[in-house]
Design a protein around this ligand. Sequence first.
Ligand code: DON
Length: 304
Amino acid sequence: MNYKNIIEKVFLDTNNFPDKGIMPNYIPELANVDPAMFGVHLTTLNGENCGIGANLEKFSIQSIAKVFSLTLAYKILGEEIWKRLDVEPSGTKFDSLLLLEINNGIPRNPFVNSGAIVICDILISNLDNPKEEFLEFIRDLSDLPDLNYSDKIADSEKANGYRNVALCNFIKSFGNIKNDPTEVLDFYFDLCSLEMSCQQLSYTFTYLANGGKKITNNHKMISPSQSKRINALMLTCGFYDESGEFAFKVGLPGKSGVGGGIVAVYPNNYAIAVWSPRLNPHGNSFLGMKFLEEFTTHSELTIF
Ligand code: DON
């Protein structure tokens, strides 16, 4: 498969698309990014690489990091984890409080904000130095020893993250947050502040296309069953109330972030990352969604 030709063609076609979405404004720092940025990078399991546009530019990965925190928590706790959160699509926006009331503080899945906040609580309970140990885990997974949280982005969200504060306190009222909400939120905001490029993200996500193993040294990060389940959750819940649409149009497991990044995984083949900061009304990258739809249409390779 000549991925390079397809990526180049689809990149040019998508970039000409007239309506490109709007910049996020509820995290002020994210609105300071050049709206015209657009990059794509694909990494295959045998290490082949192909990128275009702003593929080497770092951006705020935001909710894409929820896949890494789930991976570490799942690795530590195993199936116990599902006592604290569910594995069902929410059909709601990523920061919705709606279903928590009827589900007694059990988030619908680990990718909506409420679920990712509970995962942070789990990590705090199970790690001596959660922020440092989580960072070490991603540094190893990504082979990026200098990867760090961005104070600028985290502080910008900390000063405005009222909905997340509400979510965390609301879940605490049901007893499903065990630690101090201030500490849980501080970790959550730091986790969301990580910055990576499309090239770095596509490489890092290859473990989910490779049954849970790193492609460079075959090191087992999680079991094949856990990798299958994380992929299943990305397919059904990775795009919040647009998850059905992503499965319908792209046909791959994926995860988006409000920084405009999207990662998609084609098991046993590749991981691909796309970045364009302008968002559609669901909080997912407008051009990123279009690109991936066209990419799997032209490559004719999906899990279906
Ligand atoms: O908690 C938030 O609202 C952000 N830090 C992350 C949300 C997000 O990335 C949603 N994704 N499309």
